[in-house]
Design a protein around this ligand. Structure first.
Ligand code: ZN
Length: 136
């Protein structure tokens, strides 16, 4: 079983409004949605670039993971998200391969997705997100 594609790239930003304007200029398209994910203490915006999306993430709380990330490493690429067919099967497979799952159960993420994160220390410093669309 393989990942289907890079679903989106997450970028940590300090000021979502300013970054929305910057990325609108860069990508030639406006964000198609803005969404607050209270469980993660973030406000996100999404841009479509062909098959892939760009997700901008601004912290909504000083203790959030995004705040800590920006404190340590500054603004920039925060995670790469891969779309998978079956998130439960992939979580199982990757755990057996020795990757560290940050959540034992998939959780509800932004953009109508079930998500699971892999700890960057088990993947060469890259935070990996697995995501699967929730079908209604
Ligand atoms: Zn993401």
């Amino acid at each position: 079983m393989a990942f289907k594609k890079v679903e989106h790239i997450g970028i940590a930003v300090k000021h979502l409004k300013e970054s929305n304007l910057l990325f609108e200029k860069l990508l030639g398209t406006a964000p198609y949605k803005e969404e607050t994910v209270s469980s993660e203490n973030v406000i996100t915006s999404f841009f479509k670039t062909g098959e892939t999306k760009i997700e901008l993430l601004e912290s909504s709380h000083p203790d959030s993971a995004i705040s800590k990330f920006i404190e340590k490493r500054g603004e920039g690429i925060h995670h790469i998200a891969f779309e998978v067919e079956d998130i439960f099967a992939e979580m199982n497979r990757l755990e057996k391969e020795g990757f560290l799952l940050l959540n034992k159960e998939p959780k509800k993420g932004a953009d109508n997705k079930l998500v699971c994160f892999l700890h960057p220390k088990s993947s060469n410093g890259v935070l990996i997100e697995l995501c699967q669309e929730i079908k209604n």
